[in-house]
Design a protein around this ligand. Sequence first.
Ligand code: ADP
Length: 366
Amino acid sequence: YKLIEGEKLRKKLHNTILELKGNIRVFCRVRPLLPDEGNTEGKIITYPTSMEASGRGIELAQSGQKYSFTFDKVFEPDASQEEVFVEISQLVQSALDGYKVCIFAYGQTGSGKTYTMMGRPGHPEEKGLIPRSLEQIFETKQSLLSQGWNYEMQVSMLEIYNETIRDLLSTNRPSFENGTPGKQYTIKHDASGNTHVTDLTVVDVQSVREVAYLLNQAANSRSVGKTQMNEQSSRSHFVFTLRIFGINESTDQQVQGVLNLIDLAGSERLAKSGSTGDRLKETQSINKSLSSLSDVIFALAKKEDHVPYRNSKLTYLLQPCLGGDSKTLMFVNISPESSSVVESLCSLRFASRVNACEIGTPRRQT
Ligand code: ADP
């Protein structure tokens, strides 16, 4: 009993610290080595065991230097999807309470972003944050009926590629696959902080099954691009949006929440991808939007007067859901392979800029 109470107290303290830190959190997740990756000689990633850094620290060794970072949470490779979800379930819940929530997955291609968000296809026990969040939301919706709450939900899914929006739920799919530019989707924010993307398909949903069907449709729509456009999906940002409208008939209370789950484009740098031509343009637009995202979150964390939302489609689209009393969580996904060490260091640096709590890092350009 004492142990349970102690654990509760520890969690409460942890949550209080997070509350004090504000509405931006960063979680780091290191994926396991895959069967075909063998054993990379010498561990490049270690985890500090000291009281203050345990569960929150990560160390990366590169060229004889050790770089240390701390985040709100670090998930080691053996962390299950369930364990990861437990840590975000409260955040997901807050969308039902009327908050605007954004959860991002950031990292190089192959670092586990899609696994974290969607899970492994054909392995239901390894489903990711999107299906788990939806299950929780629809279950809670059901249980709140007895307290007079009625919720309506709407889903939209889009991807942003080369600063162009593509509707993943459109049935007459305008596409970039065959070189024909799609519709010009225009982003508008109204006075009450709601975002409208002209002509974007928005679907009313009543159940997890319906959303699962739409997710499947979106995945098919993306994979067409993938084969025809050099694995385009890793070069585009995937944005899943669930809008929640709640009304309590007995108390006349109303809430409007939004849950955005975003699988970002691969963060690999120009040099590694050896970009030229179209690929160079893609990489530059990815770099631009990822650095705009970092600039926005950084400005918010520093409570700066000017937040540069307009510098990219992604940040402009999400403007009402970033800042104010909205809640933001970023996963930085890391590959444990030694060949990825430079990318991993870049990702950790990016994330610690967002988190603003990098410690003891030698000043060295990599
Ligand atoms: P990304 O979306 O960043 O390009 P993926 O999510 O596709 O990367 O992950 C790359 C590979 O690693 C996939 O085969 C995926 O199933 C596997 N993977 C990623 N994270 C994990 C994990 N935590 N546990 C097991 N396998 C993982």
